[in-house]
Design a protein around this ligand. Structure first.
Ligand code: BTN
Length: 263
């Protein structure tokens, strides 16, 4: 399947080959087809339109042609980076930088894989792993509020619907590739910088939270959060420690029962 265009960006790790398709079923599926050949490390698949765009939990990803960035990055990361939590954080942190550069606005990360602007979901990340890693990113750029109402997505928004300006989608895509590349470069030399940005954009440390795991939920103050573990103070005494992989959702909440001091 031939792309309509190929971009060759002067990046270090990803985007030196960007395959731009007019219409494709799913950029994640196309990237995964390329995973058989390690020479495709760093290839980015970009589409004007997806006919079967996929979201998390088997949902569809809806976006009218040309209104958003529909992108998948194919990577063969070293084993210590092949963790969905870390890869989703890498992608979400890069999206937040791109949003700031393009709109001047600060966005935040919603656990585990969403980016919110003014509390509306503007971006979703879908990490898939096989022989390689495919990081799929859908960033809503120019949809108007009527799109989200008609699509039954009251919590959705776009850079345009939330900022009042429209944006050049290929320019946003290029900027995002550059930010992903810069953050991947940082990850390769150590986790701390991306981890700190992720923790700050989540905004949950010191906050009363409900942490939903696969088997049960915990309520308390989130004391620490890293890629290795999080500590939740559920009662006076030692905090419980959880691996991020075991956590499905974290919501800011109010704590019933005892009153811990946030801080
Ligand atoms: C989510 O449900 O929040 C994740 C959405 C991920 C959507 C993107 S769009 C580009 C890439 N190709 C797909 O089929 N899905 C991802």
């Amino acid at each position: 399947m031939d792309p309509a265009q190929v971009w060759n960006l002067p990046t270090r790790h990803l985007g030196q080959r960007v395959l731009v398709y007019e219409s494709i079923a799913s950029t994640n599926d196309r990237a995964m087809e390329l995973a058989g050949d390690p020479a495709n490390d760093g290839v980015v698949v970009l589409a004007h339109e997806q006919t079967a765009g996929r979201g998390q939990y088997g949902r569809r990803w809806q976006c009218n042609p040309g209104d958003g960035v529909l992108m998948s990055v194919l990577l063969f990361p070293p084993p210590h980076l092949r963790r969905p939590v870390l890869l989703a954080a890498w992608a979400a942190v890069a999206v937040c930088s791109t949003i700031r550069e393009i709109t001047g606005l600060e966005s935040r990360i919603k656990w585990p894989n969403d980016v919110l602007l003014h509390d509306r979901k503007v971006c979703g990340v879908l990490i898939e792993q096989g022989k390689a890693v495919v990081a799929g990113i859908g960033l809503n750029v120019n949809q108007g509020p009527e799109f989200f109402a008609a699509a039954g997505l009251p919590e959705g928004g776009s850079l345009a619907s939330l900022s009042g300006s429209t944006f050049d989608v290929p320019r946003v895509a290029r900027r995002l590739i550059e930010d992903l590349d810069a953050n991947y470069d940082r990850l390769l030399s150590g986790l701390a910088e991306v981890e700190n940005a992720w923790q700050r954009r989540l905004g949950l440390v010191g906050v009363a939270v409900e942490v939903e795991c696969s088997d049960r939920s915990h309520r308390g103050i989130l004391r620490t959060l890293s890629f290795a573990e999080m500590a939740v103070e559920t009662a006076p005494g030692p905090s419980i420690r959880l691996r991020p992989e075991t956590v499905r959702h974290i919501r800011a909440t109010t704590v019933g029962g005892w009153q811990p001091t946030a801080g």
